[in-house]
Design a protein around this ligand. Structure first.
Ligand code: NOJ
Ligand code: CA
Length: 532
């Protein structure tokens, strides 16, 4: 089985993980220093948000040079050290490839402005604004460039011009940047907004629709600036590049509208499994994290990415763009523990966002302290993404051990912060950190989890979620009581045909729980995993 088909991947937002040189910003040497900690979680891989040379208008998602490391993060040598140290520990490394757009400071764009250079068509230029497309970060998607005397397309900031994937030379240049890192031994890529590449060649206007927010961008049905037949074709070409190397993975970020569109995300695995091996599925980001929603989403995701179809579902609840799942769940740790079970006891690939394993919380910043361009533009409708990018909470030293200097974002000193550090959780058996480790260990030990799609038990009371993995007489059964009531559950219901079931894990060790006469009485907001 390729490594990514049963992997737990740990996402690091490099600016916020660990500062090694006292400038208040996390860096590559900081990550290298903390690799043993990451390894101790039991995860298989890390993925890093962008570390390339960048003017940092969108904190690295505006790449000026794909082949250079931004000095804020270190040097290419530091990067090579990080990769080789990770490999020595048996950890894979995935990078974030931002291929829909570059920075306006990228050499390609600078040259493209000159028209008659070989980069002329690397971006999307028009004499007049050709359509109604909006930029995701505000305003029109078209900005006039006086030097070239034309408008160029940008799906995000005006400093992030969109690359023209229809141009053969441009595509080949992009693939060369990908090869550069494949040759360095990187194990795969998280692909930024990959369903936005290969836009409608006629640049037709998107139709109107009622969106989830009044933001003009959300009031359009994005059928022409995303998800075209070309998008799929170009992704197939990219997959071919990857397939020339051993065991490398593509994990796509698929922008969706509203809470649905799971089919859209799944479509990027390819009709013949020839596109991305893994796709993020974000519909739970927009829904209440309650049992019935988890049931619906997981059931559908298993169908769309089934074993039978040869696909690998990828599970994720938090990242650097959305408030942390625990905060979306009202900051309640008992619920976050249930979500951890849901995230990690699944077939496929599960992605943990740094600090999630501690129960770190998102907390907004006052307006004057906002750094994120999205927050600056849309406050107070959207307060930006700084809240989920606050520094990792290591210990009780200055700035929670993140940095000896003033951090680029203030650490989250909530009332309970002293309980939410690695230092405070390392020693106790019943912490969130201990739970993450135990869940990952169990997931690895129980082979049936990676060998079949979950089967759901749908006869339980409201607020309960139960699913199981059964293979060759071995069973793993998850029971999550997300309600505020006690529920007595019979094993014959949740684990039919499974003999000798025992409690393998509880979201709180300290809670007394036993199987009596084939039943368990599950307390409110408690999760249990049973095995035989
Ligand atoms: C998605 C990234 O996750 C986000 O942080 C970024 O701002 C946009 N893509 C634009 O690259
Ligand atoms: Ca630093």
């Amino acid at each position: 089985m390729p490594w990514f088909e049963n992997a737990v991947i740990y996402q690091i937002y490099p600016r916020s993980f660990k500062d090694s040189n006292g400038d208040g910003i996390g860096d590559l040497n900081g990550i290298t220093e903390k690799l043993p900690y990451i390894k101790s979680l039991g995860v298989d891989a890390i993925w890093l948000s962008p570390i390339y040379k960048s003017p940092m208008k969108d904190f690295g998602y505006d790449v000026e040079d794909y082949r250079a490391i931004d000095p804020i993060f270190g040097t290419m040598e530091d990067f090579d050290t990080l990769v080789s140290s990770a490999h020595k520990l048996g950890l894979k490394v995935m990078m974030d490839m931002v291929l829909n757009h570059s920075s306006d400071k990228h050499k390609w764009f600078q040259q493209s402005k000159l028209r008659d250079s070989k980069y002329s068509n690397f971006y999307i230029w028009r004499d007049k604004v050709p359509n109604n497309w909006k930029a995701c970060f505000g305003g029109s998607a078209w900005t006039y460039d006086p030097e070239r005397g034309q408008y160029y397309l940008h799906s995000f900031l005006k400093e992030q011009p969109d690359l023209n994937w229809h141009d053969e030379q441009c595509r080949q240049a992009i693939f060369d940047e990908v090869r550069y890192y494949l040759d360095k031994g990187v194990d795969g890529f998280r692909l930024d907004v990959i369903n936005a590449v290969g836009k409608d060649p006629e640049l037709r206007s998107n139709p109107f629709m009622f969106g989830e927010t009044p933001r003009p961008y959300d009031m359009q049905n994005h059928i022409y600036d995303r998800n075209t037949e070309y998008t799929h074709e170009y992704i197939r070409q990219l997959r071919k590049v990857i397939d020339q190397y051993d065991d490398r993975a593509l994990l796509g970020e698929i922008m969706i509208q509203g809470k649905g569109q799971m089919e859209q995300s799944a479509s990027y695995t390819g009709e013949n499994n020839d596109e991305l091996q893994l796709c993020f599925e974000f519909s739970l980001v927009k829904q209440r994290l309650k049992a019935s929603n988890l049931r619906k989403v997981a059931g559908k995701w298993y169908k769309l990415c089934s074993l039978e179809k040869g696909k690998t579902p990828c599970w994720v609840l938090s990242n650097h763009d959305v408030p942390r799942a625990i905060s979306r769940a009202g900051g309640k740790e008992p619920i976050a523990r249930l979500l951890a079970v849901y995230l990690l006891i699944q077939r496929g690939c599960s992605v943990v966002y740094f600090g999630e394993e501690l129960g770190m919380l998102s907390k907004d910043f006052p307006r004057k302290e906002i750094q994120d361009p999205l927050g600056k533009r849309y406050w107070p409708i959207h307060k930006g993404r700084d809240a989920e990018r606050r520094p990792m909470q290591w210990d009780f030293s200055e700035n929670m051990g993140f940095s000896t200097a003033k951090p680029w974002l203030e650490p989250n000193y909530t009332k309970r912060w002293h309980l939410l550090t690695v230092e405070s959780q390392e020693t106790d058996r019943d912490t969130m950190l201990a739970l993450y480790r135990a869940l990952i260990k169990l997931r690895k030990e129980r082979k049936e989890i990676s060998r079949c799609d979950a089967v759901f038990c749908d006869s339980l009371p409201r607020g309960m979620l139960s699913y199981r993995f059964v293979k060759d007489g071995k069973c793993t059964v998850v029971v999550l009581n997300m309600s505020s009531r006690w529920h007595r559950i019979s094993l014959s219901e949740i684990a039919p045909g499974c003999d000798g079931m025992e409690i393998a894990l509880k979201t709180y060790n300290k809670v007394n729980l036993s199987i009596e006469n084939g039943e368990i009485l599950v307390p409110p907001t408690l999760g249990v995993v049973l095995t035989n």
